[in-house]
Design a protein around this ligand. Sequence first.
Ligand code: ZN
Length: 324
Amino acid sequence: MQPCLPPLDAVPRPSWRAPALACDCHFHIFGPYDRFPLDAGRHYDPPAALIPQYLRVAEALGIGRMVIVQPSVYGTDNRCTLDAAAQFGLDRARVVAVVDPAVEGPVVAVLDRAGWRLTHILNTHHHNDHVGANLALKTRYGCRIVGPLADRDRIPGIDLALAEGDTVTLGDATARVFDVPGHTRGHIAFWFADEKALFCGDTLFALGCGRLFEGTPDQMWASLLKFRALPDDTRVYCAHEYTQSNARFAVTADPDNTSLAARAGEIDAARAKGDATVPSLLGVEKATNPFLRADDPALAATYGLKGRDAAVVFAAIRSAKDRF
Ligand code: ZN
């Protein structure tokens, strides 16, 4: 299993910086917020006594993507069919899902604080910093695990394997599944159209995209084009807070993009205050993320590839970022 980041033991941990955790370990919530004790988009700060433990793991794994999805009540007005209810083992309890849980502690802490019980895990891909807590959470809560069909053998505890065009319904919310290979061969994404939310794992990042561990540039470009076809007001819940370092590279790839330059300044200001930059708006990514703009002549010009196929330009951008 190839992690996105070095294993714990390989990461030096010289000091604990508690303020970093407030922005690097956060939970985004969408759904009927007013009925629940956590606010939409608010950062979650774990209990002080647990911070050193969380920070050690959070820093090593780059946690920035643990997301509580659509806390909801499975009642008479939901759109969940009986078939789906049977499929997912739903009852009339609240549906609470977490996307890509790397470690158990922060998930349990936020659920305890809210008085919630985890019913589902949505996995985008097999890397350990996305599935690391699968089995512990399943043991604790008996939750159901949904993940990619193409990688079902590498998703611990998987109950339901999905692929392109499938849907998953959680309470009142339904997500469409996209196959988005490139970072890994079996990567999927979850798009909640009504909630305007995209959980894209390590395929798309704010101002970046995932490394090509198991796929080709052609595959990744095709995957990103699926996202680019979604509405501009889609919120992109990417899996890591890599935005500031991504911005430093992006301005070299697309130096004359004034929207990008302005965004890079906003990102620096946000990070200086300890604020998260995730989620971002897809419309903003379309205008500023070089990996979504490989068919723009400006990007081709940067790499001396005028007139070449977009996938070739994309490969050049990805290769340049790998060496940056
Ligand atoms: Zn990954």
